[in-house]
Design a protein around this ligand. Structure first.
Ligand code: SF4
Ligand code: SF4
Length: 157
């Protein structure tokens, strides 16, 4: 992302923080629905090359069954486990991405399904984290750019 766009996005964050959160959420839900419909995640996979994916023990069990391997083998091969028991996929890009496609798509993890979280409330509070992926995720890019228009930000700055 260029420096000018970075400054613009920082100004946008301050601008959004001064707006009513529920109004912004409603705008984001509407814009996101429109944008998501136009972008095919199965032809993108950019987030799979940059996100650290958390995995729950249920998901680890399900994925190992899906891949027809023991859970122990699955964990040894694909998971890094903290001393507190937190599990993450041990490789970025994700192991399961091949030719920009998820090879376990039907069984992908909740964190993969939820990204980029634009259908959840409190967009304003999550905007800092969302903007980190602005140049990576075309859904985020388009929603943020359309939100700048919808809120009149571009005319005021
Ligand atoms: S499991 Fe699939 S959707 Fe999730 S990060 Fe890996 S390749 Fe992407
Ligand atoms: S980066 Fe965004 S558009 Fe691309 S696959 Fe991930 S969520 Fe979908």
């Amino acid at each position: 992302m260029g420096v000018l766009r970075q400054f613009e996005n920082e100004a946008f964050r301050d601008f959004i923080n001064n707006k009513k959160q529920d109004v912004i959420d409603q705008y984001v839900f509407e814009i996101n629905e429109y944008v998501e419909d136009k972008i095919d995640c199965t032809k993108c996979g950019a987030c799979c090359k940059s996100l650290m994916i958390n995995v729950t023990s249920n998901e680890s069990e399900n994925a190992s069954i899906y891949l027809k391997m023991s859970e122990q083998d699955f964990k040894e091969k694909y998971i890094e486990e903290s001393q507190q028991g937190m599990m993450v996929i041990n490789s970025i890009p994700c192991h399961f991405l091949e030719n920009d496609k998820c090879t376990i798509y039907e069984n992908r993890f909740k964190e993969c399904r939820d990204f980029p979280h634009l259908n959840k409330p409190n967009f304003s509070k999550r905007l800092f984290a969302t903007l980190i992926h602005y140049s990576i995720c075309p859904i985020i890019f388009n929603v943020v750019e359309q939100l700048k228009i919808k809120t009149n930000f571009l005319n005021e700055h």
